[in-house]
Design a protein around this ligand. Structure first.
Ligand SMILES: Nc1ncnc2c1ncn2[C@@H]1O[C@H](COP(=O)(O)OP(=O)(O)OP(=O)(O)O)[C@@H](O)[C@H]1O
Length: 338
């Protein structure tokens, strides 16, 4: 029996814009296993949100075209009818966003919103749904859930609102939860509580989670595997251990070096990756990272690298990863012997 919950193959998202067509997701492939937390990282504008909203086909019809395969429970979600897709959306796959106020309805109480979702997806009566809504509020760690259920979203603090949105997303008992930067707007202590909650829910409900973030610290804390996105493509996929002990792609290496070190020399300047993510209208011809990569040569500028399997769990889209790895190992040896 396979333990793959979601299998994405060569996924592309093209937008029709006034200034021409752009491809925001360009041939992305990865799996999410049952009950695992997969991190998706990359700088702003790398296509993390477009990729996740493509899984649920949330873009307005007529503005977008999807290509490839999104296989979920034996079906390609890009091939099923609108009606079938509506059943998957918010039922078997749920999504939570950075800003709960954009998702929660301001004119309905929290309890009513959760109960309505339960009635819609679980086919139970009103009384039963209200009871289940309170249980869900308890599950996501909202104190005094009976009285909180009667409150409106704007009466809750940021952290509590985020918990309430997670409760709404869980109301249909999804097998897959897509969390798009759900902790970015919260202060660090509340962020840590929400991450703990995600971990507990993942274990208790055995639910697969795709966790999108630009924060590698959060990834290290929460995820077991990670994919790194750059300009609409996956440039590296690895287990958490591999990613932090032996990052292969120069972009991943740059992201890791940019994490502030608490025990580091305070006078040391924080590393940054040179340049910025180019707009989709100016995508480089060869390797998309070549314009910012310290190792780029003629081959990188003219031709896009394939994805190489370094181990069974670590893949990288870089022509020179073996050479770079050897150079780094030699440099590390020199450092330890001097
Ligand atoms: N509806 C759209 N039409 C055209 N281009 C879009 C659309 N939505 C997003 N894009 C473009 O797709 C690219 C990827 O955007 P996306 O929001 O997925 O990045 P991201 O990695 O999630 O960034 P952030 O971390 O800031 O959310 C950007 O260049 C963005 O301008």
């Amino acid at each position: 029996m396979t333990n793959v919950l979601l299998k994405i193959n060569d996924l592309k998202t093209h937008f029709y814009t006034e200034t021409g067509n752009v491809t925001a997701v360009n041939g992305v492939s990865f799996d999410v296993k049952k009950g695992e937390i997969l991190g998706v990282v990359g700088e702003s504008g790398c296509g993390k949100s477009v990729m996740s909203q493509t899984i649920l086909q949330l873009f307005e019809a007529g503005t977008v075209e999807y290509e490839g395969e999104i296989n979920f429970k034996g079906k390609n979600l890009l091939k099923i009818s609108k009606k079938e897709m509506n059943k998957v959306r918010g039922n078997e796959i749920s999504m939570i966003f950075q800003d709960p106020l954009s998702t929660l309805n301001p004119v309905h109480t929290i309890g009513r919103q959760i109960a309505e979702s339960i009635i819609l997806h679980q086919k139970v009566g009103k009384k039963e749904a209200e009871k289940k809504a309170i249980e869900l509020l308890k599950l996501v760690g909202i104190p005094s859930p009976e009285s909180r259920a009667k409150e409106y979203p704007h009466n809750l603090s940021g952290g509590m609102r985020q918990r309430a949105m997670i409760a709404v997303a869980l109301a249909c008992r999804p097998q897959l939860l897509i969390a798009d930067e759900p902790t970015t707007a919260l202060d660090v202590t509340i962020q840590a509580q929400i991450l703990d909650l995600m971990k507990n829910l993942n274990t208790e409900l055995d639910m697969g989670i795709i966790f999108i973030t630009h924060d590698l610290g959060v990834v290290a804390e929460l995820c077991s595997r990670v994919v790194v996105m750059y300009l609409g493509e996956i440039v590296e996929e690895a287990s958490i251990e591999e990613l932090f002990t032996r990052p292969l792609h120069p972009y991943t290496q740059g992201l890791i070096k940019s994490i502030p070190q608490l025990d580091g020399d305070k006078t040391e300047e924080l590393h940054t990756i040179e340049g910025t993510v180019p707009p989709l209208t100016r995508v480089p011809k060869g390797c998309r990272f070549s314009t910012r990569c310290p190792y780029a040569d003629e081959q990188c500028i003219t031709s896009s690298p394939p994805v190489f399997d370094h181990t069974s769990s670590q893949k990288v889209k870089c022509w020179h990863f073996e050479k770079i790895l050897t150079q780094q190992e030699v440099a590390a040896d020199v450092n330890t012997t001097t």
